[in-house]
Design a protein around this ligand. Structure first.
Ligand code: SF4
Ligand code: SF4
Length: 358
C-alpha cells in the first residue's frame, strides 16, 4: 500500500482551494465536502484519528475521478491529491468499512477477472510467440468490442504479427475500490501470462491499463519485464513508418477529447493530433478545454459503475464544450462510453484509423 503523505495532505487541506472550479465532482454536486480541499481535510482528519471511518466518509473521499484536473492550478507541484485519496481509501478496509455499491463488481473481479461479470469474450488471438502483444483491457472487451476489432484490423493491415492473451482485468478497479490484495492477485496473474507469451512489447489503447502496467505494477512488486507503449504513440509510429496509409475520412469535422490519463499523467497530447493531421480531408476543431487542460468525461476511477449518475452529469457538462456539428473522437474506452449521450457521435481514434486505412 502507498503511504499517505501528511505534509502534502495538510498543504491541500489548508489551501485556498483555487482548483475548485476544475473539480468535476464538485461542479456537478455542489457539495463542499467533495471539493479537493474538502476531501483532503477529511483524509487528514482520518489520518490523525480525529475522524473514524464510516460509509458516509468513505463515500466522500471516493468522490474523486482521478482526473488530475486539480493539478492544473495547484501551487504544489509534488501533490497528487487523487493518489493521496486513493492511499487513504486503502486504509478503510482495515476498519471493516467498504462501499456497498462496489460489492457486486468486486465479487465479479474475484469470480471472473472482470468487473463486468462473466466474460462473453475470449481475448486470445493472433500468433503465439509474436513480439507484439496487444492488451485491450476489460472495459473495451465488455463494452466496445468493435474498438478491439479495429486494433486487430490495423495490426493486420500493417502486416505485423501480434498476439493477444486471455486477459484478466489489469487490477486498477480493485485498487480504486480499496481492495489492493485483489488488485495484486490480478496483476500477478496477468504478469504470469504476459511473461509466458514471450512478447517484448505490450501495446494498449486503455489509458488506465497503461498507467497500471507502468506505474502501479512496479509499486505492487509486479513490474513487467517488457516495453509498454501507449496506443496513440504506437499507431502514430506505424503511420509515420509507412505501415499504415490513411485515405480520406467520411467525417468532415472532428473534435478530439483528451482523456485525462493520456493528457495529464502520460503527457500524450500531440500524438493523437498528429494522427489526425495525417488523415486527408479532416478538419479538426478543438473543444473549449483541451490538451493538458482537458476536462474529465466522468469515467475516471470507475465512476460509470460506482457513481453512474454523477458520471453521466460530468459527461454532460463536458459535452457542452464541443462544437455542435463535430464528430467526437477519443482514445479511451471510458471516455467513449461516457460521452456517448445527448445524441452525439463518438468514436475511438483507432476506429477512425481502421476506417480510413486500406
Ligand atoms: S489540489 Fe492543490 S490547489 Fe486544489 S485545494 Fe489542494 S493544494 Fe489547493
Ligand atoms: S483528481 Fe479530479 S475529481 Fe479528484 S479532486 Fe482532483 S479535480 Fe477533483
Amino acid at each position: 500500500m502507498g503511504e499517505v503523505n501528511m505534509e502534502e495532505l495538510l498543504n491541500c487541506a489548508l489551501c485556498p482551494n483555487i482548483c475548485r472550479c476544475e473539480c468535476p465532482v464538485l461542479q456537478v454536486s455542489g457539495r463542499e465536502a467533495v471539493a479537493p480541499s474538502g476531501k483532503a481535510r477529511l483524509a487528514a482528519m482520518l489520518q490523525q484519528n480525529q475522524l473514524n471511518w464510516d460509509e458516509q466518509v468513505l463515500e466522500a473521499v471516493s468522490n474523486c475521478l482521478g482526473c488530475r484536473g486539480c493539478t492544473i492550478y495547484c501551487p504544489f507541484a509534488e501533490l497528487s491529491l487523487c493518489d493521496e485519496l486513493l492511499n487513504t481509501r486503502l486504509t478503510a478496509r482495515a476498519s471493516g468499512v467498504k462501499l456497498a455499491v462496489t460489492d457486486p463488481y468486486i465479487s465479479n473481479l474475484r469470480s471472473y477477472g472482470s468487473p463486468y461479470g462473466q466474460k462473453n469474450w475470449s481475448s486470445a488471438a493472433g500468433e503465439k510467440g509474436a513480439e507484439v502483444l496487444y492488451f485491450a483491457g476489460c472495459t473495451s472487451q465488455a463494452n466496445h468490442p468493435s474498438a478491439v476489432e479495429s486494433a486487430r484490423n490495423l495490426l493486420d493491415k500493417a502486416g505485423l504479427s501480434f498476439q493477444m492473451i486471455e486477459e484478466d482485468c489489469c487490477g486498477y478497479p480493485a485498487e480504486v475500490w480499496g481492495d489492493q490484495e485483489l488488485a495484486r492477485q490480478l496483476a500477478a496473474e496477468n504478469r504470469r501470462k504476459i511473461i509466458e507469451s514471450g512478447a517484448s512489447t505490450l501495446v494498449t489503447n486503455c489509458p488506465e491499463c497503461w498507467l497500471t502496467f507502468t506505474n502501479r505494477y512496479p509499486l505492487w512488486g509486479e513490474e513487467l519485464p517488457l516495453e509498454v507503449i501507449d496506443g496513440p504513440t504506437y499507431f502514430l509510429k506505424l503511420m509515420k513508418n509507412g505501415y499504415l496509409k490513411p485515405g480520406k475520412s467520411k467525417f468532415k469535422k472532428v473534435s478530439y477529447h483528451d482523456p485525462c490519463i493520456w493528457a495529464r499523467a502520460a503527457k500524450k497530447v500531440d500524438q493523437p493530433r498528429e494522427i489526425l493531421s495525417l488523415i486527408p480531408g479532416l478538419s479538426v476543431e478543438e473543444p473549449l478545454s483541451y490538451g493538458e487542460c482537458t476536462r474529465c468525461c466522468g469515467g475516471g476511477s470507475m465512476f460509470q459503475l460506482s457513481f453512474p449518475e454523477k458520471a453521466a452529469a460530468v459527461a454532460k457538462r463536458r459535452l457542452g464544450e464541443f462544437p455542435d456539428q463535430a464528430t467526437i473522437l477519443t482514445a479511451c474506452p471510458f471516455c467513449r462510453e461516457g460521452l456517448l449521450q445527448e445524441g452525439r457521435q463518438v468514436f475511438e481514434l483507432i476506429e477512425l484509423l481502421d476506417s480510413v486505412c486500406e
